[in-house]
Design a protein around this ligand. Structure first.
Ligand code: NI
Length: 251
């Protein structure tokens, strides 16, 4: 059995969500965790987790939302955290790729959500882009566990996150021609890895550029298995175990 620890599922991207879930099941992807990242995502996310048993969610405000989110949004987020199938907070973090002008706002939003994670003892899914140092500095201030989503950094950076107790979310990027992750993964321990698609984005080779879904998780697992000379089942079992022990609300 596989778990997709991070993806997005919305009528915006898929015509027939029940068909997507059916295809995931056929591919052995039995549980998926979708991430609501905006104020607008919240209602649809709750609707989807209520309608489909294999679907769980993390909820949080993405750093790109930093200029929009106000106190009432954070109160709404907090009020939903004890909901049954909401298993963590995310994706949250820092993104300096498009703009560094609102760095302070991003940091403030990030910290407020980490404080909620600490308060409710919930794992976090971290989005960090061109902001590794600030991300590490801030994470060190909070006693939380979680996943560094779409990890694509160096071995040294991986070690820093692992030392802090974080898991690395590995997705389709590892299959890309120029990705150095395929070398980094050989030095990492499988204890520290979970699988994710980040669908509808980042389809693995050979589907790069097409719409992604969680059914592509086995392609990522097979790719990792081939790099490590292991059976794909070992990758499936280990990463599923890691995901289940982090997300304790996942049943
Ligand atoms: Ni994402």
């Amino acid at each position: 059995m596989f778990i997709d620890t991070h993806c997005h599922l919305s009528k915006r991207d898929y015509n027939d969500i029940s068909n997507v879930i059916e295809e995931n099941k056929k591919a052995g992807v039995e549980k998926i965790i979708i991430s609501a990242c905006t104020r607008e995502d919240l209602d649809e996310t709750i609707e989807i987790i209520n309608a489909f048993s294999p679907v769980y969610a993390t909820i949080g405000y993405h750093p790109e939302e930093a200029d929009k989110i106000i106190d009432i949004d954070l109160q709404r987020l907090e009020s939903l955290l004890l909901t049954n199938k909401i298993v963590g907070i995310g994706e949250i973090g820092l993104d300096y790729h498009y703009s560094t002008e609102n760095k302070e706002k991003q940091k403030e939003l990030f910290e407020k959500q980490l404080a909620l994670a600490e308060k409710y003892n919930l794992p976090v899914v971290i989005h960090t882009r061109e902001a590794t140092n600030d991300t590490i500095t801030i994470l060190k201030k909070y006693k939380v566990k979680g996943i560094i989503h779409c990890f694509s950094g160096s071995y040294e950076t991986a070690c820093q996150y692992i030392k802090m107790g974080y898991l690395l979310g590995i997705g389709g990027v590892i299959t890309f021609k120029n990705s150095h992750l395929k070398d980094t993964i050989k030095k990492l321990n499988l204890e520290n890895i979970v699988l994710e698609t980040d669908s509808p984005y980042l389809s693995p080779v050979p589907y790069r550029g097409k719409i992604n879904t969680s059914k592509n998780i086995p392609i990522i697992a097979e790719f990792i298995a081939s790099k490590l000379n292991l059976d794909t089942n070992i990758i499936a079992n280990k990463t599923t175990k890691n995901a289940l022990s982090l997300f304790t609300k996942l049943q």
